[in-house]
Design a protein around this ligand. Structure first.
Ligand code: ATP
Ligand code: MG
Length: 622
């Protein structure tokens, strides 16, 4: 494939062009997918009411499978392995075609039809891809939930999205532990009222789960033995394809939906610009299901582009060298990872990236949180042949806002920055409390002028009231991200943390990342989170494995910070930080525990046991 490589100035010009000429910019990108009926109009109306590729009809499953069959039927669509690396599968596009048709046949027998919502609770296995694409084949709306959400949260989400059908796997393994998904679902459905009428269970190995006669269907019992064909249902570009819930880092998760047309096109453009994948690439996305990252890669980009993806079931930190072993096994060239995973690699040590042969790897993309300079330098030192790319985006806007689009250009990387204005119609700017744009280098709120087909709409919000209130009211005329940061003189965006978490100390406003990135430069520190309390800075620090904690380390950390211009009042050593399911630090929980207040909605907290751990650790303060 020939691909134009732009200079930094040309990318800036392209970004400007995309903002001023959305019709021209997106018209040729509409060809990334195959349409049953061509769109009549590229863009109609303005955010939050806008519509993209109006009147065009398509189908995600057709784009991810059927259209590749003439030239790719024997090529690998997906590899699968697990954390023990003791089981391997490879799935060709032909296999994918047959499996998705069978899954779609069974779903339609269960009554699923266009516009219905289908819920899923699955580990990272090929069947998760089959049933997701099968749902899209029928024109249904897919909602993938995290394994490990609490009973109440799941029941709430089933009701919120109104699914009658739920697809589950009987169990999974993570970090050596068996997680019995079906048993858990039984408990949820027995003790809560939900709209779920049918549970389709995919057995793993042997059938060691209960089958509730009226409600449950075991996939192996109903899966067609021979070939079946289910015609892909035509869906208009703006109809919802999937609902995501935000990570819940700053408050109650919000439900948002993305479309069948524009969303897929925007993602395919984003990844051409960031990775520029070719057929020789192998792409591994290190993510749980339930975080938008998994479907963005494994449903809406990798198979739509027709390149091979890797599905990995389990936890990359399960064994020290696992990350590099998976790369070696499949000659992985592209990795998309959460920030928290990159920190895990660093805390596991060199073996994580050197234990296996990683010479095939050419790029790692960070998403989720700002990647601190220390982690970036560590990756750079240990993987000198690998480019570390960054993309700053959010569930509400699943096209990069700021990024390093190495796929189209030579972009100097600045450690600690998410990159430059991404050429995708949307632009970011920094404003003060009154919404007045600030000059370079001044810290403020990150707001957007969004004009991109991956701008979400809120679920259950037919009159756009919720979306206007939540995102468009704080700074009239702008979409508010809730993030804090600045832009440098070259137009690079630095995200310094969440606006809610900004610390006010000695008349200054300090983003959490500013102090945290100093603390993690200490060689004995694995991770850190800081919060403000009445003008003081309190640091929660996770020491590296095997490090002795005590006053020496505590004073060292304070000195590091003082030398960088920050006065840290207290240092609390903890075994781990409170994180969301998607691995983001929940600083509001630290604040609440310290102040002995109600932490609010913590439904996405990864492990509730951390509450006790933190209370225990805080005793050392008194
Ligand atoms: P909630 O909105 O429920 O509080 P959340 O904001 O964490 O949760 P997501 O939509 O998953 O939910 O995450 C988007 C946020 O993640 C962004 O607003 C930003 O704070 C952060 N983020 C994502 N990618 C990056 C990145 N590359 N660099 C810096 N921050 C990032
Ligand atoms: Mg958010």
């Amino acid at each position: 494939m020939s691909w134009k490589i732009y200079s930094l100035d040309q990318i800036r010009a392209l970004a400007k062009f995309s903002m001023e000429n959305p019709d021209t910019f997106w018209r040729d990108k509409a060809n990334y997918i195959t349409w049953f009926r061509q769109p009549e109009k590229i863009l109609e109306g303005e955010p939050p009411y806008e519509k993209w590729f109006v009147g065009g009809t398509t189908n995600i499953s057709y784009n991810a499978i059927d259209r590749h069959l003439p030239d790719k039927k024997d090529k690998v669509a997906f590899y699968w392995t697990n954390e023990k690396l003791d089981s391997f599968r490879s799935i060709s596009f032909q296999d994918l075609y047959q499996e998705v048709n069978k899954a779609a046949y069974v779903l339609s027998e269960l009554g699923v039809k266009k516009g219905d919502t289908v819920s899923m609770l699955m580990p990272n296995i090929p069947e998760a891809v089959y049933f997701s694409l099968a749902s899209h084949r029928l024109g249904a709306i897919l909602i993938i939930h995290y394994v490990g959400l609490s009973e109440e949260t799941l029941a709430y989400r089933f009701n919120d999205c109104g699914s009658k059908v739920l697809i589950v796997a009987s169990k999974t393994f993570r970090n050596g532990n068996e997680i019995r998904i079906k048993d858990f679902v039984d408990k949820v459905l027995e003790s809560h009222t939900t709209p779920i009428q049918k549970v389709l269970a995919v057995p793993r190995g042997y059938s060691d789960f209960n089958v509730n006669g009226k409600r449950d269907v075991v996939y192996d019992d109903v899966k067609p033995k021979g070939k079946v064909y289910v015609k892909p249902v035509e869906v208009e570009a703006n109809e919802p394809a999937t609902v995501y819930y935000t990570s819940g880092t700053t408050g109650r998760p919000k439900g948002l939906y993305h479309s069948n047309g524009g969303y897929v096109i925007a993602l395919n453009w984003a990844f051409k610009a960031i990775f520029n994948p070719t057929e020789n690439d192998v792409w591994w996305t290190v993510s749980e299901l339930g975080w938008p990252v998994w479907p963005m890669a494994n449903l809406y980009t990798i198979p739509v582009m027709g390149i091979p993806g890797v599905l990995f079931e389990g936890y990359v930190g399960y064994k020290r060298d696992l990350f590099s072993r998976v790369i070696e096994r499949y000659n992985v060239s592209l990795v998309w990872s959460s920030t928290t995973t990159l920190y895990t690699l660093r805390s596991l040590g060199e073996e994580s990236v050197k234990g296996g042969d990683t010479s095939s790897l050419r790029m790692i993309l960070n998403t989720g949180e700002p990647l601190n300079v220390g982690a970036w330098m560590w990756l750079n030192q240990n993987l000198p042949h690998v480019k570390i790319a960054d993309a700053y985006w959010m569930t509400e806007h699943l096209s990069p806002v700021g990024a390093t689009p190495y796929g189209i250009g030579e972009i100097p990387f600045k450690a600690g920055s998410a990159g430059i204005q991404f050429p995708g119609g949307t632009y970011f700017l920094i404003v003060d409390d009154e919404g007045k744009p600030l000059p370079p280098k001044q810290k403020g709120y990150i707001v957007l002028k969004p004009l991109n087909p991956a701008l979400a709409k809120m679920w259950n919000d037919p009159n756009y009231e919720k979306i206007k209130e939540k995102y468009w009211s704080r700074f009239p005329g702008y979409f508010y991200t809730g993030d804090y940061g600045y832009v440098d003189e070259d137009g690079y965006l630095f995200v310094l943390g969440r606006a809610d978490d900004v610390i006010r100390a000695e008349g200054e406003r300090i983003g959490t990342l500013e102090v945290e990135s100093v603390i993690v430069t200490h060689p004995n520190v694995a991770e850190a989170a800081v919060i403000g309390q009445g003008g003081n800075i309190i640091a929660f620090v996770v020491p590296r494995q095997g490090v002795e904690v005590g006053d020496t380390l505590r004073n060292d950390i304070k000195n590091y910070c003082r030398n960088a211009g920050y006065i840290v009042d207290k240092v609390v050593f903890v075994k781990r930080l409170p994180k969301t399911k998607s691995g983001k630090i929940m600083r509001r929980l630290l604040k609440a525990i310290l102040a002995n207040e109600n932490p609010g909605d913590i439904s996405t907290l990864d492990d509730m046991r951390i509450m006790e751990e933190l209370k225990e650790a805080l005793k050392s303060l008194s």
